[in-house]
Ligand binder design. Structure first.
Ligand code: HEC
Length: 384
């Protein structure tokens, strides 16, 4: 058997194109989505910076999402074409048999059953993945819509739907990425490096191992060709019908991305307000530096002496003055007159001077304020 004849077409160019477009879109969505989902991680912040900031990341994510919606509409057209025009068997549909096959495969993998399961065009592993993508796309579209158009959504649904949609969107994203890394990579790249999405073909050996029932069908020649005129007739019906469906779906996409700007418009900064203002305790009164007696004029030389001079000097300015009291200088003032000590430093109440002046009948009399000054002076020790 020649090299050429042992190859079996698995995916035609349109299918491969669809697959690679999907890979690019999915990867873009995954990267720009997961960095938003896990924005607090350093690596996420690094990628966001690399992509040009969070605003850009969000726009890229939405562009990729729109692209994904276009791809979905195209895929619906492709599936419809295969089903209606080509009448291809709907071998991607899951059935009870797939559960049986999956169970047998599990037993085989665990080593309980020797023989391998025989599968056809699409294995149960492939069906599981395909329907996971369908399911995931539906979830992502619905929850994505809620986040993209929160006002329109909450017109019909309660407000909690928005954070719920966000949680579901992020969780489904993680699930989808893990499914690709674990399920897809294992079955398509690890177990055997399957190149059919690149070359389009599988060889005899690969067909025998992964799709033996399909191989048998091909060899038996059970695949029926549809007559060209029938094909043409069906296309005449199908294409206008699909055009209408696609137009409706595209209108839906247009509404999806345009009805609301709430979640994409970044308003210009109006003002900066600090949202965290720590409470500052009211500062405790700091004790004022105690002024020295000199500074407040409470020493003999800083004013008290002058005060005595002014108010008492007339009658008490030399040792032979009235009552033998000389108030012209510090030393003689402390010494006193005929009655002895004029004052007791630190004890104004028992000082003769204060006693004499408080009666208010002395020929020479301090004013109330002056007396208070003198009393303070005595109480701080009557410094010179
Ligand atoms: C107009 C005169 C006059 C003036 C001014 C005067 N004194 Fe006298 N002072 C007297 C006479 C007179 C005596 C003696 C008789 C006495 O003990 O009352 C005296 C006695 C005193 C004595 C008693 C002395 C002693 O040892 O017994 C004190 C204290 C005194 N004066 C304080 C003052 C002070 C303080 C002032 C200034 C605010 C003052 N005096 C102003 C007339 C004056």
């Amino acid at each position: 058997m020649s090299e050429k004849r042992s190859k079996y077409l698995r995916f035609a160019i349109p299918e491969r194109t669809e697959h690679w477009l999907f890979v690019i879109t999915f990867a873009t969505l995954a990267v720009t989505g997961l960095v938003q989902r896990f924005a607090s991680l350093e690596i996420a912040q690094g990628i966001i910076m690399l992509l040009g900031g969070i605003e850009t990341v969000r726009v890229i994510h939405r562009l990729a999402a729109t692209m994904m919606m276009f791809e979905t509409i195209y895929h619906i057209g492709v599936v419809g074409y295969k089903v209606y025009v080509r009448r291809s068997p709907m071998n991607m549909l899951p059935g009870l048999n797939d559960i049986r096959v999956a169970w047998k495969a599990l037993l085989h993998n665990l080593g309980f059953v020797k023989e391998k399961v025989q599968q056809g065009r699409y294995t149960f592993e492939e069906k599981a993945e395909y329907w996971a993508v369908v399911w995931g796309t539906v979830i992502m579209a619905i929850t994505g819509f809620a986040m993209w158009n929160p006002i329109a959504t909450t017109r019909f649904l309660p407000g909690q739907i928005i954070p719920a949609a966000k949680a579901a969107h992020g969780a489904e994203a993680v699930l989808a990425v893990l499914a690709i890394i674990v399920w897809h990579f294992y079955h398509v790249h690890l177990r055997r490096f399957n190149t059919s999405m690149i070359s389009g073909h599988l060889d005899e050996q690969e067909m025998l191992e992964e799709h033996p029932l399909e191989l048998a069908d091909i060899k038996a020649g059970t695949k029926k060709r549809v007559a060209p005129d029938i094909l043409r007739k069906r296309r005449w019906i199908y294409f206008p019908l699909y055009a209408v469906i696609a137009a409706i779906l595209l209108a839906g996409v247009y509404a999806f991305v345009t009805i609301e700007e709430t979640s994409i418009t970044t308003l210009p900064l109006a003002e900066r307000v600090s949202i965290y203002v720590p409470l500052t305790p009211t500062p405790l009164p700091t004790a004022l530096p105690t002024k020295s007696p000199q500074e407040i004029g409470a020493t003999w030389d800083a004013g008290i002496g002058a005060l005595f001079q002014e108010k008492c000097g007339l009658c008490h300015s030399d040792p032979s003055g009235l009552g033998n009291l000389d108030l012209s200088d510090y030393q003689p003032a402390l010494t006193g007159g005929v009655s002895g000590l004029l004052l007791i430093p630190g004890d104004s109440a028992n000082s003769l001077l204060i006693i004499r002046q408080t009666t208010g009948d002395h020929p020479g009399q301090f004013s109330v304020e002056e007396l208070a000054r003198v009393r303070d002076w005595i109480d701080v020790g009557a410094p010179q």
